[in-house]
Design a protein around this ligand. Structure first.
Ligand code: FES
Ligand code: MG
Length: 592
């Protein structure tokens, strides 16, 4: 279906491989590329050259099976008349990269921009999985704006331990509390954690990985149903083949990220994130993707568009089940089907399938109502992010889908936004300080305490760390108090089930109000007004300013230094400042 003759225009790659004006250079390009086994006839034949942005490796184990799946991507690309060219991306392994993989998201973005722009690629398949592999890839695809399609790796199989489902990350937070309360041994802690990872794939909870792959699908950037297929299922390989086919068609039809990534698509994604109980990391990542797509997205959109959406997915950490059951229940399309029926989704948006989102969602109603709830009978009402501001920060979010009924009763009225909570702050400068002092009786932490952590934002950490979900001291855990309100300028794991106020911007290291709060101050959280303030008068705050900012560690690597010089705050996506001025750069071919 894709003989060269059918492509109505000259392909980008022909500027390298079939350029009579630069015969000498064309000869050089052809000669070297043949090392991968392709022939000059293929390269010069005007066939679409499709990059496979390979995110899997031994050091990116959540995505490692993409090394195998790429074979099916290649089959699809070949059968559609394209030429696959696979190349590695900068690894982004959430669990193991120190001080945090957040530091590397912008680095991976930069690297991929250079590859997509500077090499003879007509389109690209973005292989994704682990948390930041999805946003970094979509950010880059937007900047360059060649036809692109997301191919998710899929979650691990469901984990079981002692007859209970144990989900990635979530099991760690829950076991950590049980261990501190003396309910389980060290060995049981480790065994439960290891049992949560029974196969290839990314985290099987609705953590940041599953969330961001769902966001890619909700944006219209992957084939329908792609996000949730477990990594080990045969459907995953079939989805690879179809994605490969479609990648070539996208080039033929010249469908680019800029045709799909509109404001309407991003608002759809925000609403889907509420309905799946998605990760708070979706906030900076969607913001970053929108920026590079040239789409205006506002920090308050999370509140105005997302807050009132109910929780429909009964998946950990907000619910009970894991990735396999979610997929069998219909996955992301079934969630979107509910939102579409309820008029909470713009079904008219175009997608990489070539059809509108509404077309994609035909007959996608879930048949498993234990796992995917009808919109009218949700797991929880108002499950989106609450947006807060005050004299501690201009912006922070709170993920309401994981706020327990007990906590809601304690602090919220039935309308959800009312309720005022005041507590005494206990302030930690970074996670080392928290670990060193959390059990110190002198801090007098009780059930009315608000735990504050700072120095954990993009500048402070650097990179912004998932440390805001601090657990209460052991003496409270032993009394069954499993969560205290926490506030911080860092993030929290998408797998955490803590009632945290996080992603605060500006961060303390940038001179935000968190820099001037002191242990013992009263903090008032007014859910009704969406405010969070330290009850300290302005004069006193001014006096504290004279003390300067909390100390920040020096940069340890060249990139840390460059990152700090260029990064924006979490409210703005923690992007590279001014990088969004580079838009659709593939329109201008790179010079020879
Ligand atoms: Fe990679 Fe969770 S650590 S997906
Ligand atoms: Mg994470």
């Amino acid at each position: 279906m894709t003989e060269a003759g059918k492509i109505p225009r000259r392909l980008r790659s022909q500027d390298w491989f079939d350029n009579p004006d630069h015969l000498d250079l064309t000869a050089l390009y052809l000669e070297r590329f043949m090392n991968s086994g392709v022939t000059p006839e293929e390269l010069r034949g005007g066939k679409p050259i499709i990059g496979i942005a390979q995110s899997g490796s031994d050091i990116n184990p959540c995505n490692r099976h993409h090394l195998e799946l790429a074979k099916r991507l290649r089959d699809g690309i070949r059968d559609a008349g394209g030429i696959p060219i696979e190349f590695p991306t900068h690894p982004l392994f959430e669990n193991c990269k120190r001080p945090t993989a957040a530091l590397d998201r912008n680095l991976a973005y930069l690297g991929l921009v250079e590859i997509l722009y500077g090499y003879p690629l007509d389109g690209v398949v973005l292989t994704t999985g682990c948390d930041k592999t999805t946003p970094s890839a979509l950010m880059a695809a937007s900047t360059v704006d060649i036809p692109a399609i997301v191919f998710s790796g899929g979650p691990m199989l469901d984990g079981w331990h002692d007859g209970d489902l144990v989900g990635s990350g979530t099991v760690i937070w829950r076991s950590r509390r049980k261990f501190a309360a003396g309910e389980i041994s060290r060995e049981e802690f480790l065994e439960a954690a290891l049992d949560s990872a029974p196969s290839i794939g990314h985290c099987n909870t609705m953590g940041t990985a599953s969330t961001m792959n769902a966001m890619a699908e909700a944006l219209g950037m992957s084939l329908t149903g792609c996000a949730a297929i477990p990594a080990a299922y045969r459907e995953r390989g079939q989805m690879a083949y179809r994605t490969g086919l479609r990648a070539v068609e996208l080039v033929i039809d010249d469908i680019k990220p800029s045709d799909i990534l509109t404001r309407a698509a991003f608002l759809n994604a925000i609403r889907v994130n509420s309905a799946i109980g998605g990760s708070t990391n979706a906030q900076p990542h969607l913001m970053a993707m929108a920026k590079h797509a040239g789409v205006e997205l506002f920090p308050d959109d999370w509140q105005t568009e997302g807050y009132d959406i109910p929780l429909l997915a009964n998946v950990q950490p907000a619910g009970a089940y894991l990735g396999e059951r979610f997929h069998r229940a219909g996955g992301v399309p079934a969630i979107m089907w509910e939102l579409l029926q309820a008029n909470k989704l713009d079904g008219s948006v175009p997608t990489v399938t070539g059809q509108t989102m509404a077309d994609n969602l035909k007959d996608r109603e879930s048949t498993d109502r234990e796992v995917i709830k009808p919109f009218a009978e949700p797991l929880k009402e108002r499950a989106g992010f609450l947006v807060l501001k005050g004299n501690l920060f201009d912006f922070a979010i709170m993920k309401m889908s994981v706020v327990s009924e007990d906590f809601r009763r304690r602090y919220l009225s039935e309308q959800g936004r009312e309720g005022i909570f005041e507590g005494k702050a206990v302030v930690f400068d970074g996670s080392e300080d928290y670990h060193a002092r959390i059990n110190d009786p002198a801090l007098g932490i009780d059930e009315r305490t608000i735990l504050v952590i700072r120095g954990a934002g993009p500048l402070g950490w650097p990179g912004s760390a998932e440390v805001v979900n601090m657990q209460p001291p052991d003496h409270l855990l032993k009394r069954g108090i499993v969560s205290l309100p926490t506030i911080g300028d860092g993030r929290q794991s998408g797998t955490a089930d803590s009632p945290s106020i996080l992603n605060a911007a500006p961060e303390s290291a940038a001179g935000g109000g968190l820099a001037y709060v002191r242990t013992g101050d009263t903090i008032r959280i007014d859910f009704n007004q969406g405010r969070c303030d330290m009850l300290v008068d302005d004069g006193e705050i001014e006096r504290r300013r004279a003390d300067g900012l909390p100390p920040m560690r020096p940069s340890a690597t060249p990139w840390q230094k460059l990152y700090r010089q260029t990064v924006t705050q979490l409210a703005d996506g923690a992007t590279i400042r001014d990088a969004e001025q580079f838009r659709q750069i593939a329109k201008t071919p790179p010079r020879h």
